[in-house]
Design a protein around this ligand. Structure first.
Ligand code: FAD
Length: 433
């Protein structure tokens, strides 16, 4: 089994220097984590009047892209994992519409950014299909309602019958219909992040790779950030290393989830024809367990990923279930001796965040240490905007939208009061070990 995803081939090398405390002893803002959240925070801060001329430093423990962002499936689809029915259930009709519009706006904004800066990341406007895997009347009704709601929000949507699916899936017969959203994009997430880091660097953000942060101490109104290669003093610190948070803080009773992704070896033209899935087209279902799976063809391989709340020790079972599901959806793959070339799984925290982005500050630091998180690429991008807004004390269009759904986003003590355990754990971590 391969250790790294195939789309990393030719990309893995250190691009940014190691941190040298003799050359840089102070920064206005230190961002911990060079994934999409951290780079988005750096980018948006550098674009603001208030921070344009300030020293902004990103400290990345490994290489840019080696976290969740680079490993992701690269779906930029606002509709994935966000059924309008669920969103309305949570926020009401008006709030649900704002939440949906926010996600679609973010997708547009990110695509514009990629085009504006000429980031070469295999950006493709391929659309997505939410597949109906159960033919019961209940599910048919659900899909009709979901499609009607998306249309009512002005989102380009087509409800597909089983026969109409063959336009996209060739002879594959495992699905009973679907919801097609034609105007959605996918990217090669690794190439995107590398390109985005270069954009930030050109704007004046200092990025350091292979430079793990070991802890942060707040003293006399300043943060001392201890790294593997020396200390740096910072006026402000942004923790943008959410997906790795469990590695350095202990959160009792936090609910862990697991993401996983497998990939086939390169497929022959004949098998690709038999499967008939258009390159790039993003597909996913909604069948537990595992919670749901998503798939697409990328560079002649099938990517098949998903998400579960199973315990880690059951990962072998998750793997075999996933493989079985892939083979049942795409029977031509049964002809392969080894249909899986790559399997990766990792944990991340849900803690009941309801798939929403968040921001909070660490108590007893005069709000000079904040943490951000955003599940999914679009919300990871958004939480960087939230960090900028928090620091410049202005609401952007995006944070206005969030606030109009739920006032807690930018209210004082928001996350601290909602998630006291997390804040406590981060405070513990900020003391040097
Ligand atoms: C397999 C998989 C598939 C996915 N597919 C999709 C998808 O198709 N579409 C979608 O929208 N979302 C997808 N996601 C989710 C999405 O990738 C993440 O929500 C998003 O990338 C999170 O970005 P981040 O910046 O918070 O985290 P990361 O990209 O993980 O960045 C955090 C960074 O912090 C660094 N770090 C950690 N600790 C330290 C430290 N002590 N010092 C310095 N640096 C540190 C890490 O090395 C890492 O690079 C997927 C996730 C996975 C894992």
């Amino acid at each position: 089994m391969k250790e790294n995803p195939f789309w990393w081939e030719g990309t893995i090398r250190q691009r940014f220097q190691k941190f040298d405390p003799k050359k840089l002893g102070y920064a206005d803002v230190v961002i911990i984590g060079g994934g999409l959240s951290g780079l988005s925070a750096a980018y948006h801060l550098k674009q603001s009047e208030e921070f344009r001329d300030k020293t902004i430093v990103v400290l990345e423990a490994e290489l840019i892209g080696s976290g969740a962002t680079g490993k992701s499936g690269g779906f930029l689809a606002p509709s994935v994992e966000a059924d309008v029915i669920d969103v309305i259930h949570e926020f009401g009709k008006r709030g649900g519409e704002i939440f949906w519009n926010l996600k679609t706006d973010l997708a547009k904004k990110l695509v514009e950014l990629i085009k504006r800066h000429g980031i070469k990341c295999d950006l493709k406007n391929v659309g997505s299909i939410y597949l109906q895997t159960d033919d019961s009347e209940e599910w048919r009704r659900y899909f009709r309602k979901e499609a009607a709601l998306r249309k009512s929000f002005g989102y380009e949507t087509e409800l597909l019958t089983r026969d109409q699916l063959h336009r996209f899936l060739g002879p594959v017969d495992s699905f009973y219909g679907g919801i097609y959203n034609p105007n959605e994009y996918c990217i090669n997430p690794m190439l995107f992040l590398i390109g985005f880091a270069a954009v930030c660097n050109n704007l004046g953000v200092s990025i350091f790779e292979k430079n793990k942060v070991l802890g942060v101490k707040y003293e006399n109104g300043k943060n001392i950030v201890r790294t593997e290669h020396g200390d740096i003093t910072a006026n402000r610190v942004i923790y943008a290393c959410w997906t790795d948070i469990l590695k350095f803080v202990k959160l009792k009773e936090a609910e862990k989830s697991y993401t996983f992704l497998l990939a086939t070896p390169e497929l022959s033209n004949q098998i690709l024809e038999e499967i008939g899935v258009r390159e790039g087209l993003m597909l996913w279902d909604a069948v537990p367990p595992p919670q749901f799976t998503y798939f697409r063809i990328l560079r002649k391989r099938l990517l098949f990923g998903g998400f579960t709340t199973f315990k880690e020790e059951k990962m072998e079972k998750v793997y075999s279930d996933l493989k079985e599901r892939m083979l049942s959806y795409f029977p031509p793959l049964k002809k392969l001796k080894n249909p899986v070339e790559y399997f990766w799984h990792g944990d991340f925290l849900t803690m009941g965040f309801d798939e929403r982005p968040g921001i909070g500050y660490i108590e007893n630091t005069d709000e000079k240490q904040i943490f951000i998180f955003g599940p999914g690429l679009l919300f990871a991008f958004l939480c960087g905007i939230m960090a900028r807004d928090w620091l410049v004390r202005k609401l952007s269009r995006e944070t206005e939208m969030l606030n109009s759904i739920d006032k807690r986003y930018f209210s004082k003590r928001s996350i601290a009061s909602k998630f006291p355990r997390l804040t406590k754990a981060l405070i513990d971590w900020t003391i040097f070990r």
